[in-house]
Structures are given as structure tokens and as C-alpha cells.
Design a protein around this ligand. Structure first.
Ligand code: NAD
Length: 440
């Protein structure tokens, strides 16, 4: 490598593969050392990352720390605390026909060279959390930040090589051309977070090399509100969950599903909750983010007339601002219900009752998350048994993904595979079966 000719993807992968083959990344001490360095990077440069996140997405410092920097630090700490236990071989009972002296167990082997492709909406968390899982599992890793969050991509590309072992970790910045070039290479695992269209491109490229993939995708995550729920609490929690990062969150409640009477009663609660969280002029609130770019601004603006505006509706293209908006009387076939919204627009769709809600959910793609606000144990049981979604959250949106010991991932159109905590070890390792029959 020299400064004038940038390293080609094939050279990067070959270089990292040589490191992996040398055995350098396998000792648990190396893994722990890398995790500690990553933690140092986050604590020493948290403010740099927060500034980049503000430049890319208008994230407030509080939000940048809470949902990106501190989130990742917590995940590192949890991994550092438990890694030795997670990596312990697990013994398996041996059947009698192998004799009493045979033993069997499983062990986790690192996979080799892993590719992590990240999106723009949580460009620190969604790049570094898979990275730390892959390092904790003993792999070499290529990370590809999203070009749509350019300030964060540049910050990560500058900082990671200063902290991590550059013989085993490489940052490749770029857009479609660079990602396509990377995808032509042979990896031992590809971890992609983003939309399903690109997910298919990734999976096709991976198939050429029989490379396993994790696809962390999105979709429309419903929020079912039951009759009799405390609507003031429901509105507060939905507003905070939905409008975090201006609605650009993969597990954001996409739409509210409820009966007509509850829908009407929710309207004033939403108006109150939006004002309570963002004030009467959300554009001036430091806590409310901006749309990532003009293309997404235009896409979202076109969805605003899909229903009657309960609150919000204002836009300012020069500022990439769309007010926190709640829409009522929304037709299930209207544009806002046809695709994942991924912005600060919350439609309320009405159904007759729980049966109809379950039917509505099951008629559509399996969501990344399903939320329900209900006091009824029977309703919770029915939703758990009769629907399929990546995660299921009762009473609080988004929070399940902060529980490190829960696997985070989708099902069907919302993705395949999962990570966080020890599930990251499962994802980025091969669980190898071992049998030992003494020769004596
Ligand atoms: P994006 O546009 O940043 O794309 C993600 C990555 O794919 C980027 O690194 C980009 O460079 C790369 N890419 C884009 N086009 C490509 C192509 N043609 N070939 C190869 N690579 C390409 O992010 P996005 O997809 O707009 O992100 C939003 C979507 O991601 C939403 O659907 C959201 O729900 C989903 N998402 C899911 C999760 C999750 O954890 N499940 C998290 C965040 C976002």
C-alpha cells in the first residue's frame, strides 16, 4: 500500500485474509483489546461523532449519545463482561452406542473475513455494533459506512484506523460502485443493514461464493392500540418512539392500528404529546432531527395528503424539515400505507376489532417490529401467537433493541439473522461440532 494508489477491494480482502490466516485475530486477548480500543475511540471522540451526526441528520447531542455513542459503548461493555463465558465450549450428551468414554461438544470458530455494510440513519450504531460483534468473534472485518451520512462516514474512516488493528480492520468508503466492487469479493459473512431492494442485491452477490448473509431490513411496523388503554401514556410513548431521529428509525412505529372510537380519542392526546415533547414550534426544537436529503424530503412530502392532518403537516425544504405529523382517516390503500414511511408521519388506520387487526397485520409483509398497547393478557397472547414479526414490543416502542440479551433481527421481508449480545457471537462464528473417542 502507498499513499498514491488507493488499495483495491481485492487487495484489501487478501490482506485481511492473510491476517486472519496468521491466527492473529483468534486469541480472546486480541478480541478484548480491540473492543477496548473501540470503546476508547467512542469515549475520546464522542463529541466528534455527535458533530458529524448533527451535520448529517440534525441529531441533537443528547440523541447522538443516547442512540449511537452510548448505545455502542453499552454493547461493548456487555460483551467485554460476558465474552469469556459466551465462548466456552458447550458439551453435548453422547449416545450409548459410542461407548461411555466418548465426549462431544461444540465450539465457536471465527468465520474469517466479514463485510459489514451500514445504512445512514444510525450510521455509528449500525456500523460499530456489527463490527464489535465480528471482532469479538475473532474475525477480520471490512466496514462500509453509508455515503448518505457523509460526515459520519468520514469521521469513522478517520478514527477507526487510529484505534483498531489495521491489519485486521479496514474501512472502505463509497457508494454503489464501491459496494458493488466489494461484493464481488469472497467474504465469509456479509452483514447488511438497509432496504430490501439492496438486500436482494447483496444476497445475489453472496450466493456466488455461498457466503452466508445477515440482512437487517425494514418495513412497516404496526402499533396496535387496544380499547381501554391509557391513551395519554400511549400517545406520549408513540410520539417519542416515532419521531426520534425524525422517524428515520427501522423499528419506528410506522402506523397506528386501532378501532374508530379509540382513534378519535387519540387525536387530542397526540396533539398534546407532540407539543409536550417538541414544543409549539418543533422546527425550533433542538431535539427534533432533519430528513437526510432532498430525495427523501420529496418522497415524504408527497405522503402528507394521505389523510386528515391531526397535528403537523408543515414542511421546509431548505431546512429538510417535516413537522412531526399525525394523519387520521387514512385509507389502507393510500400512498402512505404502501411503503415503509421512514419519516415523521404517523397515520392512524382503523379496524373493527382485534381479529381485524390481526388479519390486517397478517395480510402484509412480516414487520421488523410489532407494538401493542393493551392491558389485556389475552390480547398480548393472541398477538404473540397469531402474528409473526422480528420483535414484539408491549407498551413501549423501540426499547426491545436496547436489551442486549435479546436477538435483534427481522423475519420474512424484514430480514434474516440477528445480532446483539451473544447472538452476535452466533452470527459471526461457526458453531463447530467436535467428537472425541479415545484410542485406548
Ligand atoms: P442506504 O441507502 O444507506 O443503504 C445501505 C447501504 O447499502 C449503504 O452502505 C449503501 O452504500 C449500500 N447500497 C446502496 N445501494 C446499493 C447498491 N445498488 N448496491 C450495493 N450497495 C448499495 O440505507 P437505506 O437502505 O436507505 O436505509 C433505510 C432502510 O434500512 C429502511 O428500510 C430501514 O428500515 C432499514 N434499516 C433497517 C435496520 C435494521 O436494523 N433492521 C436499521 C436501519 C435501517
Amino acid at each position: 500500500m502507498n499513499d498514491r494508489t488507493p488499495e483495491q477491494p481485492a487487495e484489501t480482502v487478501a490482506r485481511l485474509r492473510a491476517t486472519f490466516r496468521s491466527g492473529r485475530t483468534k486469541p480472546v486477548e486480541w478480541r478484548i483489546g480491540q473492543l477496548r480500543r473501540l470503546r476508547d475511540m467512542l469515549t475520546e471522540h464522542g463529541d466528534d461523532l455527535a458533530r458529524a451526526l448533527h451535520a448529517d441528520l440534525g441529531k441533537s447531542t443528547t440523541e447522538a449519545y443516547r442512540t449511537e455513542v452510548d448505545f455502542t459503548v453499552r454493547e461493548i461493555d456487555h460483551t467485554l463482561e460476558h465474552l469469556a463465558t459466551w465462548l466456552r465450549p458447550e458439551s453435548a450428551p453422547v449416545p450409548a452406542h459410542l461407548g461411555g468414554d466418548a465426549t462431544a461438544w461444540t465450539r465457536f470458530d471465527p468465520l474469517g473475513v466479514v463485510l459489514v455494510i451500514a445504512p445512514w440513519n444510525y450510521p455509528v450504531q449500525l456500523l460499530l455494533t456489527p463490527l464489535l460483534g465480528a471482532l469479538a468473534s475473532g474475525n477480520a472485518v471490512v466496514v462500509k459506512p453509508s455515503e448518505l451520512a457523509p460526515a459520519t462516514s468520514a469521521a469513522v474512516a478517520r478514527l477507526l484506523p487510529r484505534y483498531l488493528d489495521t491489519t485486521a480492520v479496514a474501512v472502505v468508503e463509497g457508494a454503489v460502485a464501491e459496494t458493488t466492487a466489494l461484493l464481488a469479493e469472497r467474504f465469509d459473512h456479509i452483514f447488511y443493514t438497509g432496504n430490501g431492494t439492496v438486500g436482494r442485491i447483496v444476497m445475489r452477490a453472496a450466493a456466488e461464493h455461498l457466503t452466508p448473509v445477515t440482512l437487517e431490513l425494514g418495513g412497516k411496523s404496526p402499533a396496535f392500540v387496544d380499547r381501554g388503554a391509557d391513551l395519554s401514556v400511549v400517545a406520549d410513548r408513540l410520539v417519542r418512539g416515532k419521531f426520534l431521529n425524525a422517524g428515520q428509525t427501522c423499528v419506528a412505529p410506522d402506523y397506528v392500528l386501532t378501532d374508530p372510537e379509540t382513534a378519535r380519542a387519540l387525536e387530542p392526546e397526540f396533539i398534546r404529546a407532540v407539543t409536550a415533547v417538541f414544543g409549539t414550534e418543533p422546527q425550533r426544537s433542538t431535539e427534533f432531527g432533519r430528513i437526510v436529503n432532498e430525495r427523501h424530503f420529496d418522497r415524504l412530502s408527497a405522503l402528507l395528503d394521505s389523510g386528515r392532518t391531526v397535528t403537523g403537516g408543515a414542511t421546509d425544504r431548505a431546512d429538510k424539515y417535516i413537522a412531526p405529523t399525525v394523519l387520521a382517516d387514512v385509507d389502507p390503500d393510500s400512498p402512505v400505507m404502501r411503503e415503509e414511511i421512514f419519516g415523521p408521519i404517523l397515520p392512524i388506520v382503523t379496524v373493527r376489532d382485534l381479529d381485524a387487526a390481526i388479519g390486517f397485520i397478517n395480510d402484509r409483509d412480516k414487520p421488523l417490529a410489532l407494538y401493542a398497547f393493551t392491558e389485556s393478557g389475552t390480547t398480548r397472547e393472541r398477538l404473540a401467537h397469531e402474528t409473526s414479526s422480528g420483535g414484539l414490543g408491549f407498551g413501549l416502542p423501540l426499547a426491545h433493541l436496547t436489551v442486549s440479551d435479546l436477538p435483534f433481527g427481522g423475519v420474512g421481508e424484514s430480514g434474516m439473522g440477528s445480532y446483539h449480545g451473544h447472538y452476535s457471537i452466533e452470527t459471526f462464528s461457526h458453531r463447530k461440532s467436535v467428537l472425541n473417542k479415545p484410542l485406548g
